[in-house]
Design a protein around this ligand. Sequence first.
Ligand code: NAD
Ligand code: UD1
Length: 351
Amino acid sequence: MKKILVTGGVGFIGSHVTISLLEKNYNVVIADSFLNSSKSFYIRMIELINSINPLLKKNISFYEGDIRNSYFLEKIFIDAKKEDNCIEGVIHLAGLKAVKESVKHPLNYWDCNLIGAIRLLNAMKKFNCHSLIFSSSATIYGKNQNLLIQENSDINPINPYGFTKATIEFMLHNLFESDLQKWRIANLRYFNPIGAHNSGLIGENPKGVPNNVFPLINKVASREIKKLKIFGNDWNTKDGTCIRDFIHIMDLAEGHILALEYLLKMKNSKFLNLNLGTGNPTSVLELVETFQNINNVKVSYDFANRREGDVERLVADNKLAKETLNWEPKRKISDMCIDGWKWHLNNKNFC
Ligand code: NAD
Ligand code: UD1
């Protein structure tokens, strides 16, 4: 059974990726510091695994620590080697991701994201593990007004968070070129993952007040927050609100498994950039309306000024990911709204 290290495996994306890996019969080792997650959420993941198949529990292990600590990371690789089941691949998700916070505290972002990646790559190199999936972001494309953004579009980040992601991609390319026999690397550029596992047992659980639109819609619907502020109704779009490419978190997770399988099968080295999005444009207002209609709840909103640093439209050209991985995002906006709301209702007071 192949052993995969998932950094940030207790986070929003990591928890769903972990479940998908276990269901595909991988052995998963998680490294997480709980910087933006919690022990109780990990326990919840175990509950979900138990409900899927109690036998899968033996295939997951957890290390609490910070990936910037080389000793911590190396211990994970050493333990795996001792068990005669070396880590064959890494899905690297640990990092900071709030754009606004990155503008205020850029050094924290460079420290966590860049140093974390460097320490991880050094450990991988030392233990002869050369297959890596990196969690990149559509934010690296910046103010790209193309109807559908392709992977070869300009990389032009507009905030410190985006710069850290773009820089890590460049660093990974340098590493790939340093030894053309070895590395198998896929940068997955996520668009806007939302929703939750359809069990309602795991989902997005940000610490503090959320910034992203979907967790906010949930909190308005459950009356924890009075009104959603929609940032701008004067954009050059069909209803004046911004357009995004929302993708169900389980479609995103399944994209990771296919990308991993693709890399692990490769005989030669490989460097890939892939957009993970649906290619379907949805306006913020359309998202709010679908959420209200499908869940039969009210989401009060006001229009507010445009948010600084926002972009009008971000939609993926996902042809390359579909063709390369034989991947097909299956879930609709209504599924994202149903599953996200189910998780939120079950877990309003979860910490
Ligand atoms: P998240 O905050 O829910 O998960 C990140 C996890 O990493 C958390 O559990 C946190 O505790 C852990 N972590 C952070 N720094 C760490 C460190 N130094 N050492 C060990 N653990 C650490 O975020 P997410 O939404 O699951 O995103 C995962 C990755 O995907 C991030 O790198 C993010 O930048 C990227 N990404 C996310 C989105 C999105 O919309 N959610 C979009 C594009 C890219
Ligand atoms: C943002 C980041 C992106 C990051 C992602 C996940 C930018 C430009 N991009 O994406 O890098 O990977 O979060 O952390 O910041 N909106 C409202 N009201 C709100 C919140 C959001 O109207 O209270 C609107 C925004 O204007 C935007 C859309 O909803 O048009 C989506 O916003 P959000 O969920 O924050 O994601 P992005 O900005 O697309």
